[in-house]
Design a protein around this ligand. Sequence first.
Ligand SMILES: Cc1ncc(COP(=O)(O)O)c(C=O)c1O
Length: 387
Amino acid sequence: MGMQQHPNIAVATLLANSLKVRHTFPNMSQLENLMRPHMAKIATYHAVDPSEELARQAGIRPQDVIRLNANENPYGAIAEISESLTALDLHLYPDSQQRKFRAALSEYTGRPEENIIGGAGADEIIDLLMRLFVEQGQKVIDCEPTFGMYAFSANLAGAEIVSVPRNSSWDIDIPAMREAIDESTRIVFLASPNNPTGNLLTESDARALLDTGIAVCVDETYHEFASSTLSPLLDEYENLVILRSFSKWAGIAGLRVGYAIASVNVIQHLMDIKQPYNITIAGEAAVLAALKHKDVLLSRVSSLVEQRKRLELEIDELDGISYYPSRGNFLLCHFDRRTAAEAYVGLAEQGIFVRRFPQSILDNSLRISAGTPEQTDRVISALRTVV
Ligand SMILES: Cc1ncc(COP(=O)(O)O)c(C=O)c1O
């Protein structure tokens, strides 16, 4: 294996690819002077690599890669979803008003259709919210450590991203938030459960922020795993946006479908500014099938939660590693005697890819997604050798 022949090269490649890259442009051309300066400075988002690429980095075969680095659903799409993708009218444009999509989601969420919008993943809706609310130079708040897309999209908008650190139990620091919010603050993004820490946003913290009057996006991408939601607050607050995704629980990250629930006002403005055909014909068909067969999908969600709990129990028995309580399909693990970089390499050498983070507060932590029972077996035995 490449790893044994060139250990230092492989380790360096693994580590270099485990965090974000910032491109350098040796030949600044005339053209770059035409670009918007804040755009020309954007660093590539650290997205997950395909399994073939991960295999190359670790010097192993693609079929030996265990992907626990993007909170994907290891069971894949159910057969009913795959079947829904055949015989579609692929030559036609999708419905820009998302009628069937919104009707099906209205039934699933219990909220009226006019309070729902679909996006190409929750990611697109984060971007749409920036476009709607934030002008260049205005403030966007997030609470690190959290999902990197909020800061990425804020940077694209030319916003000033203000990150108010979470406290030692990863909760929101409300007094510090109140201090950070001023007249140029437009929107705050809070994931619940938070990625990567796994904890929920409390209702009282959500209310405290909603009461300030700024737009509050509560990102419930992991809602089905947590069986918890702040959506009842939609009845009271016009400035609340609840964000959801089909990537994780429904196992269709590759089709890019998410949605938001909010006041009619916010949703209509988002509908007005979105790309007309943002949900593809395939994405719409898959969502309709997923919602029709949601019981099968939710039983897989339960299995993944079981596997996360099994991993917790196993870690309880190990020295040198602990975890933060999680309500998602992932676990943030802390290594007492290893850096995250060392543990990352140790796991990757055994074919297990997990998520590493750039923040110094997570220098000794890795996020491990819940897997199948067999994958959990492999993770447990690998952790024993790594701690
Ligand atoms: C908190 C959070 N929000 C949104 C997303 C992106 O979801 P989607 O695949 O629907 O764009 C992720 C994906 O990891 C996430 O962790």
